[in-house]
Design a protein around this ligand. Structure first.
Ligand SMILES: O=C(O)CCC(=O)C(=O)O
Ligand SMILES: [Fe+2]
Length: 369
């Protein structure tokens, strides 16, 4: 297999530069790095991605619809999965645990990892390796925050993203709270929630930015920042890898229901339930069931700190090639022949009990819906 170690040799951001980038992130909620992924790796990624997304489309039996461009460009038909599994002609896909996707030179790349650690701390975790792909005819989404809590999405552009390729449109600074006088407060790590009124005010008063970029660029963005996917008026699909990072979960008020120390075995059980909900939903063409399945899946990825569950076990030979930093980021992932995380880390019994009960309720409930 080709080694991409040399990518990791590229200039690491200097100390001063890191401060500047951090300030830029704190102010705007996003930073763009250019020329991060070299052409030869991009080529491998494009080929593998194309295969994987096509296999997924075939499995789900969904193909992009012929959208009326004049109308779709004006009307937000978001989160209505027509021609896609996410919304109109827009796809989400987890990345498989294999080369070229599972590569330290991508998710633990030296160009941007120092900034991620500066924002989230040294003990941050990668909780998701996925992708967002609008096809031609994808419509505008409504402006939204992905989450109220702080976490980062790292988007990797596999192709150039022009005005026509559904670039993300962001409202800079809206990862910060808007106070009563409608001023943006300084950056904090606290939850940020925009009311409907504040969101409307923000999009009408703060100039938005469309994040066009070259292939191989990386966008780091705060999931609290208001943004939307825009209409795809071009001719080629636009895959952006979407890698999620968050702080190591601390003991907080929320830890009563969320799980500070994750348990892969229990998490796997819930991941199975989530999949069964989605399968049942698809078989019955019941969107509610599909949504419950997706929500369950999201909760389990979040609480167990990794989407690498029993369906995406990392093969030993790939794990052994990871840098120590990469292993640290993925320490809650399911790895082939590695003893369960729960035996390596002190068990948080209460959290585990709650997760187990949750799995049980999901299982019983499924027989009634
Ligand atoms: O299309 C994209 O890249 C992302 C869309 C988005 O923001 C979302 O689905 O939450
Ligand atoms: Fe989003």
């Amino acid at each position: 297999m080709e080694s991409f170690d040399h990518i990791q040799q590229q200039t690491i951001i200097s100390y001063e530069n890191l401060h500047e980038l951090h300030d830029e992130f704190n102010k705007n909620g996003y930073v763009i790095f250019e020329n991060v992924i070299p052409e030869e790796l991009l080529e491998d990624l494009r080929t593998a991605y194309d295969k994987a997304i096509k296999a997924k489309m075939q499995r789900l039996g969904i193909i992009p619809i012929n959208a009326d461009l004049s109308e779709h460009a004006r009307v937000g038909r978001d989160f209505r999965p027509e021609g896609g599994n996410h919304d109109q002609n827009r796809w989400n896909m987890h990345l498989p645990s294999r080369s070229p996707f599972m590569n330290s030179a991508i998710f633990a790349n030296n160009r941007f990892l120092p900034l991620i650690k500066k924002i989230l701390g040294q003990d941050c975790v990668n909780i998701m390796l996925a992708s967002d792909t609008p096809f031609p005819g994808a419509s505008y989404q409504s402006y939204h925050q992905d989450f109220e809590r702080l976490a980062l999405t790292v988007n990797v552009a596999l192709y150039d993203v022009t005005e026509h390729d559904s670039p993300l449109e962001v409202v800079p600074g809206t990862h910060r709270k808007l106070n009563k006088d409608r001023n943006l407060e300084t950056f904090t790590k606290e939850n940020v929630k925009y009311s409907k009124n504040d969101l409307t005010w923000a999009i009408e008063n703060i100039p938005t930015q469309r994040l066009t970029c070259k292939a191989g660029s990386v966008i780091i963005r705060d999931q609290r920042m208001i943004h939307r996917g825009t209409a795809h008026t071009g001719t080629r699909y636009r895959p952006l890898l979407a890698l999620w990072y968050k702080e190591f979960p601390k003991e907080t008020k929320l830890s009563k229901i969320s799980i500070p120390i994750p348990h892969r075995e229990t998490a796997n059980k819930i991941a199975k339930e989530a999949l069964e909900y989605r399968n049942k939903g698809r078989a019955k063409n019941n969107k509610k069931l599909i949504n419950i399945g997706s929500l369950l899946g999201r909760i389990v990825d979040e609480t167990s700190c990794s989407d690498r569950d029993y369906r995406r076990v990392i093969p030993t030979f790939l794990w052994n090639e990871f840098t120590p930093e990469a292993k640290h980021l993925l320490r809650y992932a399911e790895v082939e022949n590695r003893s369960s995380v729960s035996t390596q880390i002190q068990r948080h019994k209460k959290g585990d009990r709650i997760l187990k009960r949750f799995a049980w309720v999901a299982k019983i409930w499924k027989t009634f819906v």
